[in-house]
Design a protein around this ligand. Structure first.
Ligand code: NOJ
Length: 765
């Protein structure tokens, strides 16, 4: 889909305000301010500020309350006017307390309060990768609108989300936070989430500023190791990794977070080209840039700057507006007053950054309403409508990978007993996934709880964890994984007995949530602990087996093929309720993989939009032990029905650079029940000034169809969507070339057509 078309579509969605957004609007009265009004407010304030106060305004302090010393330190800084912002406070009472301290400083400028609202705040939505698997930007928008409403109610103004890093190597634990491997799907999800968080304008009631991160290239860290360096070709950078950022900026994101790692040798948080040439000058970004936590200090860790003052100077001059500091001594912007006094940093540069941060404060209404009403906040967090959104988002995110002999949906009427097995079947902490700090575990519906509630007393539900799993050992942001408790196999034997005595075994296997997220990479896609053994033992009973995989990685079941297999990700607060609705057939699964699923980890990185260099490539199985092809292609996912996609029509055989091609197909539900299909459109440019990928996703639509129904699904493909950054001429080009177009329901779509583009002549220097 064309970016602007996507944005317009999302705007329209917004106009038809959801119940949740309407409730948010009713609780506040912030109107959009004109640029002039904002500027006047900021000018008046800045005229009164000392250099120290300015440096304080652009310093953001970590307040990790689990460590009381850190809270004390942050409080001291804020009370002394050396902090313009804090992050990670999560209750209305605590935020009010910190705001009171800021109000008592000389100028009384309230704080801008940030938080990692990644996939829900109190009500936990499915993880972002799961929302991407819904291939339904509207659902991601709605989920993030709910998250924003809850966060704003407790006094949070700004989220460090969406994570729009492309993830092509699932060893990297942060793929859970993004939208997978593809820039078109990634851009659509980026736009949807920015709109969900921010609403129609920055400062809209019940909304928060969105901060797409981590600018840029973080997902390509070598070996999938978090924080490791990134060595990306310009072509990959422009055509893949920067695309979702550009889409998020075009959608009006108010903030950008600069990344930790070095991009092609220059640290992202001190990278003038990235932060100023690309982001500000070329893209016209108007918001403010914050570093990742401690990333300005890290300019020295990189071996890039000499010391803290030089790091502060480089970060600011490169284009950083605010420093996010860690609770230990990683603060560098405190050196700015001295650097300005010595003439090493122009005061105008400092002022620019301060202005951007104050503008965000004015727009967010922090001066009018620095404190929040705690009782009102509690009401918002308890709103049952939020749970409905979470359940629906989860239902739409599941990806059915196998369903032999139509085991699913389970036949409720003849079902007498179910064995629910696995270490993740009844784990609330794992069900919500990583990056969650303000949830109520007691409210989380696990798979076991969801199935029990759904099946009532009519069906016997037995449960065994089967094996143990590392648990989150403490509340630290990076919990140390507790070693897996020694499994003596007795529980496996019990689980097997249970399976033998039941009509069906539902196994919930996967990775503990602490195995994904920040600082949580894995060098294996195997099921951790003794889960593989558990699975093999239960399958050996010959009973029908459903495996639900709770993970954000393509796990390797080592050739075991259970009768039904569904990826449920980390499904959030209502995960178990959503699973029950899908397993019992109230809802048909319709999600699709947002990444290519490799046969084993040795194939990584593996993505569908690759370049093909040799004519035998497709025929030759180049690994000695495996085919090159994936286990499941990008975009793959089954439903409880079946679909046919036919009659590909193109509006014209050739198009000019200013024109839009219309592509349509007939989608028919050939099965016996209502279900969803995601129609996907891929193109291939057959010759260019640089080599072009075998195919690239350009548009998609999730469609719901009744049994037997047919619908024409049309896409607009503006020629501008066919431009790409060419390494040969080092700029974006839109070239005269032949194109193949493929439409289908995954990246191997066979239904094909052709068209020509009349663009610029291919220039090969
Ligand atoms: C470090 C992470 O990289 C970033 O994504 C997060 O927003 C900050 N910490 C704050 O928690």
């Amino acid at each position: 889909m064309h970016a602007s078309l996507k944005i317009n579509k999302l705007r329209r969605l917004f106009v038809g305000l959801t119940a949740v957004a309407a409730a948010a609007a009713a609780t506040s009265s912030f109107a959009q301010l004109s640029d002039d009004a904002v500027r006047a407010r900021v000018d008046a304030l800045m005229a009164r500020m000392t250099l120290e106060e300015k440096a304080g305004q652009i310093t953001q302090h970590f307040v990790f309350q689990e460590v009381p010393k850190e809270e004390e330190r942050a409080a001291k800084e804020v009370a002394a006017g050396r902090g313009g912002s804090v992050l990670l406070l999560k209750t209305a009472a605590d935020i009010n307390r910190f705001q009171q301290m800021a109000l008592k400083t000389r100028l009384g400028i309230p704080l801008l309060v940030g938080f990692d609202v990644i996939h829900g705040f109190h009500t936990v939505m499915p993880v972002p990768l799961a929302m991407a698997a819904s291939w339904d930007p509207a659902v991601a928008q709605e989920a993030q609108a709910v998250a924003a409403r809850e966060a704003r109610a407790v006094g949070i103004h700004w989220t460090f989300a969406p994570n729009v890093d492309i993830g092509r190597d699932a060893r990297w634990g942060r793929t859970v936070e993004g939208a997978g491997e593809d820039p078109t799907l990634g851009s659509a999800m980026a736009v949807a989430q920015v709109q969900g968080f921010q609403g129609p304008y920055i400062g809209a009631p019940g909304r928060v500023i969105a901060g797409p991160k981590h600018f840029a290239g973080y997902g390509a860290s070598i070996g999938g190791r978090d924080y490791d360096e990134v060595d990306l070709s310009d072509s990959q950078l422009w055509n893949v990794y920067l695309k979702p950022f550009k889409a998020a900026v075009d959608a009006g994101a108010g903030n950008i977070m600069s990344a930790y790692m070095g991009l092609n040798g220059v640290p992202a948080s001190g990278n003038h080209w990235l932060l100023t040439e690309v982001l500000r000058k070329s893209w016209g970004f108007k918001g403010f840039v914050v570093t990742d936590a401690g990333a300005a200090f890290d300019l020295t860790t990189h071996g890039y700057t000499r010391d803290k003052p030089e790091a502060a100077r480089q970060a600011l001059l490169a284009g950083v507006d605010m420093e996010m500091t860690k609770p230990f001594d990683s603060q560098v912007f405190a050196h700015l007053p001295e650097l300005v006094s010595k003439g090493e940093v122009p005061v105008a540069k400092l002022d620019e950054a301060v202005r951007r941060v104050l503008e965000a404060k004015v727009r967010m209404g922090v001066f009018e309403k620095p404190l929040v009403d705690e009782a009102e906040a509690a009401k918002v967090l308890a709103d049952p409508a939020h749970r409905d959104v979470a359940r629906r988002a989860a239902e739409r995110s599941f990806v059915l990978l196998r369903n032999e002999k139509q085991l699913l949906p389970l036949k409720g009427s003849s079902l007498k007993s179910v064995a629910v097995i696995g270490p993740l079947a009844d784990s609330a902490v794992d069900t919500v996934g990583p990056w969650i700090f303000a949830q109520n575990d007691a409210e989380t519906v696990t798979v076991l709880a969801g199935l029990k509630a759904k099946l009532g007393n009519k069906v016997k539900v037995d449960y065994s964890p089967g094996v143990s799993m590392p648990k989150r050992a403490n509340k630290s942001i990076f919990p140390e994984p507790k070693p897996v408790t020694v499994d003596d196999g007795k529980e496996i034997a019990r689980a097997v007995q249970m399976a033998k005595q039941s009509d069906v075994a539902v196994l919930v296997l996967g990775e503990a949530q602490i195995m994904s997220g920040e600082n949580a990479s894995r060098s294996s896609f195997d099921l951790p602990g003794r889960q593989q053994e558990l699975l093999a033992a239960v399958m050996a009973t010959g009973k029908p087996v459903v495996v639900l995989l709770m993970s954000a990685r393509p796990l390797d079941l080592k050739g075991l093929a259970p009768q039904a297999l569904m990826q449920i990700w980390y499904p959030g607060t209502q995960g178990g309720a959503a699973v029950a609705n899908v397993l019992l057939g109230e809802v048909s699964p319709g999600g699709k993989l947002p990444f290519t699923w490799p046969r084993n980890i040795g194939q990584v990185p593996l993505h569908y939009a690759h370049l093909q260099s040799h004519f035998t490539h497709a025929m030759t199985e180049r690994y000695w032990n495996e085919p090159n092809s994936p286990l499941y292609p990008f975009g793959f996912g089954l439903s409880y029905s079946s679909f046919e996609i036919q009659d590909l029509m193109l509006s014209q055989p050739s198009l000019k650079a200013s024109e839009t091609l219309k592509v349509s197909v007939k989608l028919r539900n050939t099965g016996a029940r209502k279900a969803d299909e995601v129609v996907q459109l891929y193109v291939r440019q057959k010759a260019g000034s640089s080599a072009r990928p075998v195919r690239e996703l350009k548009a998609f639509r999730r469609v719901s169809l009744d049994a037997g129904a047919t619908q024409t699904v049309s896409f607009d493909l503006p020629a501008s969507e066919l431009q790409y950054w060419s390494a040969a001429v080092r700029r974006f080009v839109l070239e005269t070339a032949d194109f193949d177009v493929f439409v289908g329901n995954d990246a191997t779509a066979k239904l094909a057509g052709k068209f020509q583009l009349e663009g610029e002549a291919i220039a090969r220097p």
